[in-house]
Ligand binder design. Structure first.
Ligand SMILES: [Zn+2]
Length: 340
């Protein structure tokens, strides 16, 4: 049976990623990433630090992963002379849609405790990154440390300012407002006059680890291009799958956890599709859970199965089979769902 393009590209992506954990690659000067580390850090972040296009990369994981994480970090250090630091600080990041930044000391040291870790070429940077990251999670200190962390991590200044702005840290708006009800990806979209596929933040993966201030942001594009060209040189299979998902697919996007990838021909607000792929993930990022669009997504999928064309309007979108209307779904607001 013929495989769909989605299946093919997904398989390429898996195979491409698996290549990174082959130590043989070191012999031909290609990137090897310790298996234990791959689980806790996006491949692209590791490569970006290794190739010197990102000063420091930071991530969190559960405390019970500590030993595995440490063995991965130690191996990377031995091979590449990369610095790392893991901190606990007995803080946990609370998964609440009300307050993303709330962090507190966990009295029992439970399994749910989070640890933060950074990798960099510089010892000083891993220390500062962990410190800023933890302080960023503290409500009282978060505004200034969000900003400091962003700059330290190499995010463009315009995008760091943008994050300040949407989080309500600047101006007189309620500081909780932004993260609570806004989906930062959509604000990025609303800010955009032009769209670069390098900055597609609506697909399966993204070449940038920050939210671009708009989808044609010059320094963000520069970063994304550089990273992709390194990956292309290093691991063509993986690069091909990234290019397929970023450049060739569109998405019907409610939020990071609820979207439908579409393979088709898009013109303005209309897309004629051959296949589509609904993705409903568990909410990993609480600040994007402004509403629960899952029911609408399900309804959309059942309409799309019967049709081959989707037309996006301001307050609704409709599915057609040729010229015949299959059904219409109302939106609660203009930007409830994007066709990108
Ligand atoms: Zn920017």
């Amino acid at each position: 049976m013929k495989k769909s393009r989605f299946e093919e590209s997904w398989a390429k992506r898996k195979a491409g990623q698996a290549l990174f954990s082959s130590k043989e690659r070191l012999k031909v000067s290609k990137v090897y990433i310790p298996r234990q580390l791959l689980k806790f850090m996006p491949h692209s972040e590791f490569i970006a630090v290794l190739k010197g296009i990102k000063p420091v990369a930071t991530n969190i994981t559960n405390y019970y992963n500590l030993n595995e994480l440490l063995s991965g970090l130690e191996e990377a250090k031995k091979i590449y002379s990369i610095e790392y630091l893991v901190n606990s600080g007995k803080r946990i990041l609370v998964n609440s849609d009300k307050n993303y930044f709330k962090a507190f000391s966990h009295p029992t040291g439970s399994r749910k405790e989070q640890i933060v870790f950074s990798i960099s070429r510089s010892k000083e940077l891993v220390e500062r990154a962990n410190e800023y990251y933890l302080k960023r999670s503290d409500r009282k200190e978060s505004p200034s440390y969000c900003h400091k962390f962003g700059l330290l991590a190499g995010y463009p200044k315009c995008c760091v300012d943008f994050a300040d702005h949407v989080s309500g840290f600047k101006g007189t708006e309620n500081e909780e407002k932004g993260w609570r009800f806004s989906n930062i990806r959509k604000i990025s979209f609303q800010n955009s006059k032009k769209f670069s596929r390098y900055l597609n933040i609506f697909s399966i993966e993204s070449l940038v680890s920050h939210m671009p201030c708009h989808l044609n942001c010059k320094p963000s594009k520069k970063y994304a291009r550089k990273l992709l060209s390194f990956i292309e040189e290093d691991n063509k299979l993986y690069a091909d799958s990234i290019k397929y998902f970023l450049f060739e697919t569109n998405s019907l996007f409610w939020d990071e956890s609820n979207k439908i990838l579409i393979d088709g021909v898009k013109e303005d607000n209309t897309i004629e599709y051959e296949e589509f792929w609904p993705l409903t993930l568990q909410a990993e990022k609480c600040y994007e859970m402004d509403f629960v669009p899952r029911e609408k997504l399900k309804k959309t999928v059942s309409l799309m199965e019967k049709g081959n064309k989707l037309v996006m309007d301001y307050f609704s979108f409709s599915v057609y089979k040729g010229e015949k209307l299959i059904g219409t779904i109302k939106k609660d607001s203009v930007f409830e769902v994007l066709l990108y």
